[in-house]
Design a protein around this ligand. Structure first.
Ligand SMILES: NC(=O)c1ccc[n+]([C@@H]2O[C@H](COP(=O)([O-])OP(=O)(O)OC[C@H]3O[C@@H](n4cnc5c(N)ncnc54)[C@H](OP(=O)(O)O)[C@@H]3O)[C@@H](O)[C@H]2O)c1
Length: 270
């Protein structure tokens, strides 16, 4: 199995990118330079990702593909067949990264029961790397106890300038687990933030690009999405936006603790 050694830090999210319009947006993302696509069994976009990849004619080993295992597939005996099904949808023989999308809700399987199956999927070559999403600090430590240090590439969590998720992101940094920021531009809500606007004006960039540049400057990954060509391109340009230490500190201070994704069945957050 060959592929990219490191996960490109700026990826393209595919939540909502369904159907022909979704496939066209994913293909546009690849055409303009994204080399990391984020999908999930629950998004209904594995087929779109696979078709866009094929249409792009890019070599398989130049694009990082992540998928996520849905909660129902954490039940005994289901994780590996579900990843095999994801690979059929994607038209691939492996993904670069397979994540547990959410820890099972109370009363469901424990991480000690399903994480060995994730390691097994990696050992079988279905996924080059493995990781988790929406795991709390306590769950991360249980995951490390099962999988060993260094096995968990990333914890994909909600994080943007208005939701710094500090305790969890610090814990990931301390444990050598890469933070991947989902909802990295707070679904477009950052538009009117005066600080992001002012910093953006100094760089000729919109506030969303400033937010993404701040995330990349912390060493994290970010996976914004858009259905619009000009925004897909504008977000990617965050890679070239270099913020000063003072600007980074100003953005650090914008945290409102404003969590957006908080299902009642989710874990007790840190
Ligand atoms: N692991 C998890 O539990 C989890 C949860 C949520 C999301 N995710 C992943 O993270 C990805 C990103 O999260 P998200 O899609 O919820 O939120 P997001 O990327 O923060 O925001 C996407 C929204 O912002 C708008 N937008 C995009 N670029 C913009 C720009 N430059 N200026 C203004 N508005 C802009 C888009 O609208 P237009 O399309 O109209 O541009 C879209 O409505 C998802 O696609 C998914 O892959 C993972």
């Amino acid at each position: 199995m060959s592929g990219l050694d490191a996960m490109p830090r700026l990826g393209f999210g595919t939540y909502g990118r369904t159907g022909p319009a979704g496939e066209a947006a994913i293909l546009h993302a690849l055409d303009v330079g994204y080399r990391h696509l984020d999908t999930a069994q629950t998004y209904g976009t594995e087929g779109e990702v696979g078709r866009a990849l094929k249409a792009s004619r890019l070599p398989r080993d130049e694009v990082w593909v992540t998928t996520k295992v849905r909660e129902e597939n954490l039940a005994p005996g289901r994780l590996i067949p579900s990843l095999e099904e994801s690979l059929r949808e994607l038209g691939l023989d492996h993904v670069d990264l397979a994540l547990i999308h959410w820890p099972a809700r109370a009363g469901g399987p424990e991480p000690e029961a399903y994480l060995p199956d994730l390691a097994d999927a990696q050992a079988r070559g279905l996924a080059r790397r493995i990781g988790v999403s929406n795991f709390t600090v306590a769950l991360l430590d249980r995951a490390i106890a099962v999988l060993g240090r260094g096995a968990i590439l990333t914890n994909q969590v909600e994080l943007n300038p208005w939701f710094r998720n500090r305790r969890l992101s610090d814990a990931c940094d301390e444990r050598g687990i890469l933070v991947t920021c989902y909802q990295p531009i707070a679904q477009g809500r950052l538009r009117d933030d005066p600080t992001l606007r002012r910093i953006g004006a100094a760089h000729g960039a919109p506030p969303e690009r400033v937010a993404l540049a701040w995330e990349l400057a912390q060493g994290w990954a970010a996976i914004p999405t858009s259905g619009r060509a000009e925004r897909i391109e504008s977000n990617l340009a965050a890679r070239e936006l270099s913020l000063t230490a003072r600007e980074i500190a100003e953005i650090d201070a914008l945290d409102r603790g404003e969590r957006s994704i908080d299902p009642d069945w989710g874990p007790a957050w840190d």
